[in-house]
Design a protein around this ligand. Structure first.
Ligand SMILES: [Cu+2]
Length: 436
């Protein structure tokens, strides 16, 4: 048996202390690998698309060709290596070398023909999630068509009779094929243009991955206990930031093919929810929100007028903004670990007891390169901003709105508009406190 930090510790202790020690060690062990750490840098901004075109941050749009009035696309189901952020890669499945697969963009009324070539070693199919089409084009393997066997190419062909934000994914060995990354967005523009002109149009597909620490293949058997939470199959800080100029109308199209619902929260704005997989809603049904739950298998469109600043945009399930193993850790808050560190260091040089006062010190230690961990595993918290560490990961990115088109890395706050320190004395002032 390989001697790891975890089994070494679990095998040497007894009683409460040993359990606490092993738990702390597990917390440290499973969250960190300093060997391939990305620099604590800002993500690159998304490149704006042409007006009316969708930008898929960290992703791309599938080109098409016209053939006698039919828009032809070609998807290839295949296995390849994918990077979630520098330091963590995995063997995943997707389309045309990417997860999510390339975004398909078309217009209401288009006749589309989509070739699907299967380069996997098992059969597959593609379901066009939310699209109105003939039953035989719906892509449920065994129900609406024969499965697409390895090496085969099938053609799907139908006319787009609606518009909105939709998705595509396999309907064959679905649990495995989705868990390994096979999914994409299918966006249909309205024939008659938008009710409100859109300046920036972003598409983000939400997903989760059971890429256990130290492993290279997502585990398809996991129901809830995921390690990575992604926007377009990337984790913060590798997720492209969303950019806009003040006053522009921005739409973010969100799709969810993960195993959890995601309450997506935007700072600094009240957005309107303007559509779903059911299409673009009539204006009378739009509703103002700052957090919108995107349920499993659903899409939501949100729109807002951009306000200058650097604004967080993230899932509000706080574990979904952590990287590997930020969840289900033993609770070390308030646990006095004096003496423990020295004892463990006799077996594991460099061991650090952490978590007594909170978890934020994790990022200090991992950024500083203090602790080795399993290979191919991201720390649970990452990323830095102009004022310090962000202590985030997973489904988190930044909406960067500037007064003009010139992009600056971080927002230049006008004088007097940043929260400031007024005292370093814990006894400062006389705040009212509840009597006990
Ligand atoms: Cu979430």
């Amino acid at each position: 048996m390989t001697v790891t930090r975890r089994n070494l510790l679990i095998g040497t202790g007894a009683g409460l202390l040993a359990t606490a020690v092993a738990n702390v060690a597990r917390a440290q062990h499973e969250g960190h690998d300093m060997r391939n750490m990305p620099p604590p840098a800002a993500a690159r901004p998304s490149t704006p698309g042409a007006r009316g075109r969708v930008v898929t941050p960290n992703g791309w749009t599938l080109p098409h060709r016209m053939n006698n009035g039919v828009k032809e696309f070609h998807l290839v189901a295949e296995e390849f290596e994918h990077e979630f952020a520098p330091g963590t890669t995995a063997k995943v499945w997707g389309y045309n070398g990417s997860t999510p697969g390339p975004t398909i963009e078309a217009t209401e009324g288009d006749r589309v023909r989509i070739y699907v070539t299967n380069r996997l070693k098992e059969h597959t199919s593609v379901h066009w999630h939310g699209l109105l089409l003939p039953s035989g084009m719906d892509g449920v393997g065994g129900l609406s068509q024969p499965h697409i066997q390895p090496g085969e190419t099938y053609a799907y062909e139908f006319t787009l009779r609606q518009h909105g934000t939709h998705m595509y994914h396999p309907h064959a060995d679905e649990m495995t094929q989705l868990a390994l990354g096979m999914m994409g967005m299918f966006i249909i523009h309205p024939k008659d243009g938008e009710a409100e002109a859109i300046d920036r149009d972003y598409a983000i597909l939400l997903h989760n991955w059971a890429l256990h620490p130290g492993t290279y293949r997502p585990d398809p058997s996991i129901l809830q206990d995921f390690d990575l939470w992604t926007m377009n199959s990337k984790v913060f800080p590798a997720i492209d930031s969303l950019t806009a100029v003040a006053g522009e109308r921005v739409r973010i199209r969100l799709g969810n093919l993960s195993m959890w619902n995601h309450p997506m929260h935007l700072h600094g704005h009240v957005f309107q929810v303007t559509g779903s997989d059911g299409g673009r809603w009539p204006k009378g049904l739009w509703r103002p929100e700052v957090t919108e739950i995107v349920g499993v298998g659903q899409t939501r469109d949100i729109e807002f007028v951009a306000t200058p600043g650097d604004w967080a945009f993230h899932c509000h399930m706080s574990h979904h903004t952590m990287n590997a193993m930020g969840h289900e850790l033993p609770n070390t808050v308030g646990v006095n670990q004096r003496g423990v560190e020295e004892k463990i260091r006799q077996m594991l040089p460099g061991y650090m007891a952490m978590g007594e006062n909170g978890m934020a010190e994790h990022q200090d230690h991992t950024d500083a390169g203090h602790m080795p961990g399993p290979p191919n595993t991201l720390p649970m918290m990452m990323g830095s901003g102009p004022f310090g560490k962000l202590e985030m990961g997973g489904m988190f990115t930044v909406l960067k709105v500037r007064e003009s088109g010139a992009h600056s890395d971080w927002y230049q706050n006008p004088a007097g508009t940043v929260a400031r320190r007024v005292s370093s004395d814990p006894g400062f002032g006389q705040p009212p406190r509840r009597q006990r």
